[in-house]
Design a protein around this ligand. Structure first.
Ligand code: PLP
Length: 418
């Protein structure tokens, strides 16, 4: 066979070997073209919530594809988008009033940043500074790389990135340092917005911090009149044990970014929800105050129908009970690693569990990561460690037996590698 012409994401082709050909998927499993079963223990990059090919979501996609496949969303609307926007607002933290659709997590954050800067400019008080949390990840567009952690991911593109104020991650015991640093930033510069991943920083290494710190962030933002942007692209739709991570801190952000699990993981779609003041600042007979953002597939009807079907699943099936069960299953399995000297920093928030392999070089580019990946691959497991951080972020239909297989392989991998 001639080599594939496809350039894959986050893949060093000189080292990666052949890509795994996946022919089908069901529940927590992927099936390769030659019939092997793979346990999808990271929900295919954190998107699949209820399981692959959930019948209700598949049926909604089929039905919508036959009715209306796509329509320009400027000057037009359709039932799936209208229904979805209303239903998202009903379920989102109180106080959010408008929904702007886009098509990936990165664009949901780009939209949030533009909404924030537009708000201040149109309010007659231009503010241009953005503050973020150290180790954050918000996507790979130029804007979202700018607000993310600087390092191997984006070193080559540094000349294009804009400056932001980054406050230290609230490590256990040093949370006050973060709060003080954030307050200093707010005192020193007129900040337009503070952007964070609530409770769990995903690609930054599954770093976790408590809900009370999230409340503190929201309190400081309110006090200094800084817009608070919650990037729930990963944490949204149940990952932390509630529908949205912000619920743990009982806060409503000014802007909320959603993607990944919004369609249950079936189709690309994103939504940026905002408070009415942000929409109002753009609402004007002056065309220059239009919110100048779109992408061709904004609010694609099939994706919106999938997202409505996803919300049906949340309403009709015992999803909260499943989250509690996964949380418990993860906790008991993680606990068994507490006495294992090959691991450190065992941590869990809701359905997400993570631990670090005790090796001296654990950065994202360290060799330990591809070695672990290859080990798990041979075992029929999709686990994709971030440097020396191994995390398990499963679909909510995963069984205890599957998790046993996953954790047994993690223990063996450590014996093999450390
Ligand atoms: N924000 C967070 C918190 C993420 O975890 C990700 C992706 O992993 C993104 C944004 C970017 O999402 P996408 O890959 O859909 O552009």
């Amino acid at each position: 066979m001639t080599p594939s012409p496809i350039w894959h994401p986050f893949t060093q082709h000189a080292l990666a070997g052949p890509m795994t050909p996946v022919a089908s998927a069901k529940d927590a499993y992927l099936y390769t073209a030659d019939g092997h079963r793979i346990i999808d223990a990271i929900s295919s990059w954190w998107v699949v919530t209820h399981g692959h090919c959930h019948p209700h979501i598949v049926a909604a996609i089929k039905a919508q594809a036959e009715r209306l496949d796509q329509v320009i969303f400027a000057g037009h609307t359709h039932d799936p988008a209208e229904a979805l926007a209303r239903r998202l607002l009903e379920r989102a933290p109180d106080g959010l009033a408008y929904v702007f659709f886009s098509d990936s997590g990165s664009t949901s954050v780009e939209v949030a940043l533009k909404m924030a800067l537009g708000f201040w400019r149109h309010s007659g008080e231009p503010r241009e500074h953005i503050a973020v949390l150290q180790h954050g990840y918000h996507g790979d567009t130029i804007g979202t790389m700018s607000v993310g952690e600087r390092g191997a991911f984006n070193a080559a593109y540094e000349p294009l990135l804009f400056n932001v104020a980054s406050v230290p991650f609230p490590t256990p015991g040093a949370e006050q340092t973060t709060i003080d640093a954030l307050e200093s930033v707010f005192k020193e510069q007129a900040t337009a917005a503070f952007l964070v991943e609530p409770l769990v920083l995903g690609a930054g290494g599954m770093l976790m911090y408590p809900a009370r710190i999230l409340s503190e962030f929201a309190r400081l933002c309110r006090h200094y009149r800084v817009l608070f942007i919650a990037d729930e692209v990963m944490t949204g739709f149940g990952r932390t044990g509630r529908l949205f991570a912000c619920e743990h801190a009982r806060i409503t952000p000014d802007i909320l970014c959603l993607a990944k699990g919004i369609t249950g993981g079936a189709l690309p779609l994103a939504a940026t929800l905002c408070r009415p003041e942000i929409f109002a600042a753009h609402y004007s007979t002056d065309r220059a105050r239009t919110f100048f953002h779109s992408s061709s597939y904004t609010a694609n009807p099939i994706a919106c129908a999938a997202a409505c079907a996803n919300l049906d699943v949340w309403e009709r099936e015992p999803v909260m009970g499943r989250l509690a069960a996964i949380e418990q299953m993860q906790r008991s399995r993680l606990a068994a690693f507490a006495a294992n000297p090959r691991f450190r920093s065992l941590r869990q928030t809701g359905t997400i569990a993570a631990m670090d392999l005790a090796v001296s070089d654990g950065g994202y580019l360290a060799n330990v990561s591809p070695r672990l990946y290859a080990f798990f691959q041979k075992r029929g497991l999709l686990l994709r460690p971030l440097g020396n951080t191994i995390y398990v972020l499963p679909p909510y239909c995963i069984t205890g037996a599957d998790l046993d297989e996953v954790y047994a392989a993690i223990a063996e991998a450590a014996e093999d590698i450390v």
